[in-house]
Ligand binder design. Structure first.
Ligand SMILES: Nc1nc2c(ncn2[C@@H]2O[C@H](COP(=O)(O)OP(=O)(O)OP(=O)(O)O)[C@@H](O)[C@H]2O)c(=O)[nH]1
Ligand SMILES: [Mg+2]
Length: 258
């Protein structure tokens, strides 16, 4: 854990939300620690600190369990980006984003950006399975030999594909995720034509293999820079900040977690 006395105040806040077990904490471990680790279901929340060029970004991990729902709005307060995470093999986890988690983002910044992230892509996409099994750690479905099967599925799942000897139906299509993104924009009262496009804001990732994980976080960090600069300008009263200063200079920093 870094020395708290030496930590600078974060310039911007990113929050990760979604149902329990979708892999929020695993995504953060994969990005910050470059590892897929065993996790415990998150209690309350935890934050990681990421240095991105000259800026500090706090990334808040939240608990998906219903009992911690009341804390969600607090974790979203002042967020510049919200990562709404579902499990690609679990249709209900996508539905929960709209039913349970979207309203928590009412406390986020007015210009907050939203990413919809389908995690566990290694279970349905051969490309995302590349690199699997390298850390010698196993995911929940591997321990039991059974993938999680959702109770509800509105769109017919694609044909089963076999990965590592386990047949898994893809339960959530990219189109479902992009349609949700459109509904989020409408909920926020935003025009699609003036907003970031769905195909840029919907990701499929695998915390297990690392597939698309860096792309997710680093795309978002670049997108929140205007928000960082606005905050800095407001705080310091200096209108001249060089946007180029921080482009592509993101260095991997150790995670801070509490
Ligand atoms: N196959 C596979 N399993 C994953 C992936 N990400 C997470 N898991 C597994 O899913 C389970 C839940 O992961 P967590 O990261 O703890 O989930 P969470 O969303 O943080 O859950 P809560 O803290 O309870 O809200 C663990 O058993 C992980 O090993 C992934 O990309 N692929
Ligand atoms: Mg967690």
């Amino acid at each position: 854990m870094p020395e708290l006395s030496k930590m600078r105040k974060p310039d911007v806040k990113v929050v990760i939300l979604g149902d329990m077990n979708v892999g929020k904490t695993s995504l953060l471990h994969r990005y910050m620690d470059r590892k897929f680790k065993d996790t415990m279901s998150t209690v309350g929340g935890a934050f990681f600190l990421k240095q991105w060029g000259p800026y500090n970004i706090s990334i808040w991990d939240t608990a998906g369990r219903e009992q911690f729902h009341g804390l969600g709005s607090m974790y979203c307060r002042g967020a510049a980006a919200a990562i709404l995470t579902y499990d690609v093999t679990n249709w209900q986890s996508l539905a929960e984003l709209e039913e349970r988690f979207l309203s928590l983002t009412d406390t986020a910044n007015n210009d907050c950006i939203y990413a919809i992230v389908g995690n566990k892509a290694d279970l349905i996409d051969p490309q995302a399975q590349l690199l699997a099994n390298q850390d010698g750690l196993t995911a929940d479905w591997e321990r039991t030999g059974e993938p999680r099967v959702p109770s509800a599925c509105l769109t017919p799942p694609a044909s089963p594909i076999s990965l590592s000897g386990v047949s898994v139906n893809k339960q959530v299509s990219r189109e479902d995720a992009e349609a949700l993104y459109g509904r989020i924009l409408r909920y926020k009262g935003l025009e699609e034509t003036n907003s970031l496009p769905a195909d840029k804001m919907c990701f499929e990732t695998s915390a297990k293999t690392g597939y698309n994980v860096d792309a997710l976080f680093e795309t978002l960090f670049d997108m929140v820079l205007p928000s960082v600069l606005k905050k800095r300008t407001e705080r310091e009263g200096s209108p001249t900040v060089d946007l180029e200063e921080c482009k592509g200079t993101g260095k991997r920093a150790r995670a801070a977690c509490c």
